[in-house]
Structures are given as structure tokens and as C-alpha cells.
Design a protein around this ligand. Structure first.
Ligand code: ZN
Length: 155
């Protein structure tokens, strides 16, 4: 592998294949023209920004997209979010975010569903407490969007 930024080696274990893939080729990376909920998340410690857009239909999230910049972990997490939450109710989507936050803090992988299994790629951040916010930023934006706030706290 060539051309990686300094510091890549020590973070190598964080960058499992799913993170690298989504970090390089973020899915649903566009501003939705018509959306029902949106929020920005900001993680100044790392320079990550995410703006999330959600479309809702019949009590479910029907579509999700995002714009953002920042480290591979933050962008991969947002990309995964936009793939995983469509079809869920807002409550189910929040619950998924709660499980991700637990995995990111404890490192205990939850493979109880295929969606959580994919998200568990982000659990490696627990060894690097300053990166936990990178992994959870998009999910805080999800909560803020569903709450009707425009700005997410990264706390
Ligand atoms: Zn970051």
C-alpha cells in the first residue's frame, strides 16, 4: 500500500476492509433534493464534518444520504449509516446508533444481525478513545435530525 498519510501504521487495525472500502467510496454521498430531516455533525477534534439527509415515508426512513469530509472512519460510518437505516423506523435507527456507540466504547462486537455485524467493523476505535467520536458522529447527526435539531453534538 502506498501513499498513505503519516500515522497510518498505528491506526492500521482500525481500518478494516469495510472501513477502507466505505471511506474511499462513500455510498449515498450527495445532498438530497427533497428531504424530511437533516442535521449537521461536527467533530472539531479530528476535523470531521457530516451533514445527513433523511427521507421519511409511512413511519419509516425511506432514504438517507450525506455530505461530509474528514477521516476515513467518520466518512465510512456515515456511509454505512446511509446503507443501513433505510427501511427502519426512527426508533429502530436510533437503537442501531446506540448499539454502535456501545461497540465503539467497549470494543465488544455485536454480530446479532447482519447490519450490526457490518457496523462492528467500527468497534476497533475503542482502543483509540479520541477516535470514538469519529465513529459515532454520523449517528449523533441521525439523532439530531430525528429530533428536529439542526446541529448534532459530538458528545
Ligand atoms: Zn475523525
Amino acid at each position: 500500500m502506498t501513499g498513505q498519510a503519516a500515522g497510518f501504521e498505528e491506526l492500521r487495525d482500525l481500518y478494516q476492509e469495510v472501513i477502507l472500502d466505505h471511506g474511499r467510496k462513500p455510498r449515498n454521498h450527495f445532498r438530497m433534493e427533497v428531504f424530511d430531516a437533516s442535521a449537521r455533525g461536527d467533530n472539531p477534534m479530528c476535523g470531521d464534518r457530516v451533514e445527513l439527509f433523511l427521507a421519511l415515508a409511512d413511519g419509516h426512513i425511506s432514504k438517507a444520504s450525506f455530505l461530509g469530509r474528514g477521516c476515513a472512519i467518520s466518512q465510512a460510518s456515515a456511509s454505512l449509516l446511509t446503507e443501513l437505516v433505510p427501511g427502519l423506523t426512527p426508533g429502530e435507527a436510533r437503537a442501531m446508533g446506540t448499539r454502535l456507540r456501545e461497540m465503539a466504547k467497549t470494543g465488544v462486537r455485536d454480530g446479532s444481525t447482519p447490519a450490526l455485524e457490518r457496523l462492528s467493523a467500527l468497534s476497533g476505535v475503542h482502543e483509540f478513545p479520541s477516535r470514538v467520536k469519529c465513529a459515532t458522529l454520523a449517528w449523533h447527526a441521525l439523532d439530531a435530525a430525528l429530533d428536529g435539531s439542526k446541529e448534532a453534538s459530538s458528545e
